[in-house]
Design a protein around this ligand. Structure first.
Ligand SMILES: [Fe+2]
Length: 365
């Protein structure tokens, strides 16, 4: 029986889409196409973008006076979950219909109780039928191969005469994988999202010099169903901001070709390509023209509810195994507020600043 102190949880199924408002929508639109989204629908000053997966849209961009993050939406399991959210989350909206959004559906919006960013819950969206086109054609939307096989030194998987040829093209987005935010009160944020929803911490990080937790990578508890290692992460910092939104693309070749495409278009790389430790995904972070960070990823870990929370100290070595790009953004732009080093808070910054001081000392000696 559910007690007063343990309210019934709102059950989430998967991340659905994100909302961003851009002061310069035209530039944002050009970037989003180069990043690998496909325009699905325009309504007034709003553009809905989809990937090639079943979700009717994964990104909604609006023109506005102010550039800002409009929140993430998660699909809930049933209409009852929407009702529960509407009735029990302080300040939550009534259930409303997604009038102009591709796929329709119903929604409840609430504001994060600590930092006030919008958070959306959707149910009843109609999935895209178009995904079948990719399967039928047996190729990705950019014309590159859908089914790949790899020849390892002692395990040759590709038969004679079967070639793998790729064209230079944007890396097509499949789905929204995760969203990260910097929050100002980690314990309160953690308590809210893990008690009201089926968010479950895959990793919980404390500061290196204390047992104070400040960062978590949460997955969804879906029982024995396999889910992504994380779909929502948050860490404590001095000021709320969205850290990044991450979109899954098909494979490593596609990802690297997409990296090359964005580089040649003159966009600013943030960090990558490299491989993370928590989640294992191969990452590639980019700044859009409004300075929001978007990630392409492939090959992330899957977990079920048998895997317990990993509690550990944050460290630079815990973030990535390898970054293939030497002159990475993190090394060139230390000290800026919107920085990938936020992921492990000030610890990394401290190391970089020490390094900077050492370099400076060496250069003047
Ligand atoms: Fe990420």
């Amino acid at each position: 029986m559910t007690s007063v102190t343990e309210p019934k949880k709102i059950i989430l199924v998967k991340p659905a889409h994100v909302y961003y408002t851009h002061a310069d929508l035209e530039s944002a639109h050009a970037f989003l196409l180069d990043f690998g989204f496909a325009e699905e629908k325009r309504v007034g000053s709003k553009i809905y973008y989809r990937g090639y997966g079943p979700d009717p849209f994964v990104y909604c961009a609006s023109q506005g006076d102010k550039t800002e993050f409009g929140g993430v939406a998660f699909v809930v399991e049933s209409e009852d979950d929407l009702k529960l959210a509407s009735q029990t989350i302080p300040g939550a909206s009534e259930i409303y219909t997604l009038e102009d959004a591709p796929g329709g559906g119903k929604c409840v919006t609430f504001k994060d109780p600590v930092d006030g960013f919008p958070f959306h819950l959707v149910w009843g969206q109609k999935e895209r039928a178009g995904k079948r086109e990719v399967d039928e054609k047996d190729e990705l939307p950019n014309g590159n191969p859908l089914h790949l096989t790899f020849n390892f030194p002692e395990d040759k998987q590709r038969p004679a005469g079967k070639f793998q040829r790729f064209k230079k093209a944007p890396a097509p987005v499949y789905k929204l994988g995760h969203v990260g935010v910097c929050v100002t009160d980690f314990p309160k944020t953690f308590e809210f999202y893990t008690s009201r929803f089926n968010f479950y911490p895959s990793d919980l990080l404390h500061k290196p010099d204390s047992k104070e937790y400040f960062n978590t990578f949460c997955r969804l508890d879906r029982g024995s169903e396999l889910v992504d290692h994380h779909c929502f992460f948050f860490f404590e910092g001095p000021k709320y901001h969205v850290h990044h939104s991450s979109f899954e693309t098909h494979d490593f070749d596609t990802q690297v070709l997409g990296h090359d495409w964005l580089r040649h278009k003159g966009y600013e790389n943030c960090w990558g390509v490299g491989r993370h430790i928590m989640g294992s995904q191969i990452f590639d972070y980019w700044f859009d023209p409004s300075k929001f960070i978007l990630e392409h990823y492939v090959d992330g870990d899957l977990l079920d509810n048998t895997y317990p929370t990993q509690k550990k100290a944050a460290s630079h070595d815990g973030i990535h195994d390898l970054t293939f790009q030497q002159d990475s953004w993190t090394e060139r732009n230390f000290g800026l507020e919107v920085n990938i080093v936020d992921v492990i808070g000030n610890f990394r910054l401290k190391i970089i600043n020490q390094k900077k001081k050492t370099i400076f000392r060496n250069s003047v000696n």
